[in-house]
Design a protein around this ligand. Structure first.
Ligand code: SAM
Length: 243
């Protein structure tokens, strides 16, 4: 890859998040299917299908993990385009790269271990920056949003796909039961790690809801920011543009 690595201080939360994802890396994909009944695949497809991107574009997928979003993005930018997968966790990147190598899907993908809060890329170097199910794990979200803005070219789009606040009252008890009872038990059974999945459920509840995140994107410098709820607000897609 054309980019160097930059050393960044690792805070306490970052360390915890690191342990969580190292622990779940090998079971990450199957757990996503089980936890969301496979629906995460539909959210991800919709997220990429509605992104502002064209053939030949250069795209950064932050917190890219095992590469789900990157593969979808690669189809959209084509052979002339380039997708950089940035993630702080080497284990997640390794699982992703191995999996995509097995499927013969490595050309035009770059894997860069980096912290979203301090990106090792020059200003205005991407046409699109995405982050899916990643922002809530970042310690300093404002810094990450500012960095996303910085590395975008003027007019370029940032997209955030993240768990958000459920909008329908009737749905909330079901959703809470799933998150705090079913999910940690699934984690214990499948990944042998109940604690990590309890952390995930808690991190979803602590994440800023739709309006607040929109305000944070504006504060980070994005213009024309907006969001769209999917599945009753279980997740939301936020967009903003570099001025
Ligand atoms: N985007 C992938 C997907 O949708 O399947 C992976 C999402 S996974 C739930 C969250 C990812 O965020 C993990 O791979 C984790 O290592 C990464 N992450 C957490 N904190 C980060 C940070 N500060 N900078 C970059 N990546 C980070």
């Amino acid at each position: 890859t054309h980019f160097g690595y930059r050393d960044v201080p690792v805070g306490e939360k970052q360390k915890l998040v690191g342990e969580v994802f190292s622990s779940v890396a090998s079971k990450y994909d199957v757990m996503n299917d089980l936890m969301s009944f496979g629906i995460h695949r539909i959210w991800k497809r919709y997220f990429v299908a509605t992104a502002q991107v064209k053939r030949g574009d250069r795209v950064l997928d932050l917190a890219g993990g095992t590469g789900d979003i990157a593969v979808l993005l690669k189809n959209r930018v084509g052979d002339a385009g380039e997708v950089v997968v940035g993630d702080i966790n080497g284990d997640m990147l390794r699982v992703g790269r191995d999996r995509l190598t097995d499927r013969g899907l490595v050309r035009g993908l770059d894997w860069v271990q980096c912290n979203a809060q301090a990106l090792p890329f020059p200003d205005a170097s991407f046409d699109l920056v995405t982050i899916a199910f990643g922002l809530r794990n970042v310690t300093d979200k404002d810094a990450a949003l500012r960095e996303m803005n910085r590395v975008l070219r003027p007019g370029g789009q940032a997209r955030v796909l993240e768990f958000s606040q459920v909008t329908a009252d009737w749905f909330r008890p079901l959703y809470d039961f799933h998150s705090f009872n079913v999910l940690p038990k699934l984690g214990a059974m499948i990944a042998g790690d109940e604690g990590s999945y309890r952390y995930l459920a808690e991190s979803i509840r602590k994440h800023p809801p739709q309006r607040e995140l929109q305000g944070m994107m504006e504060a980070a410098g994005f213009v024309r920011s907006g969001y769209r709820n999917l599945s009753n607000g279980i997740v939301a897609i936020h967009t903003g543009y570099r001025a």
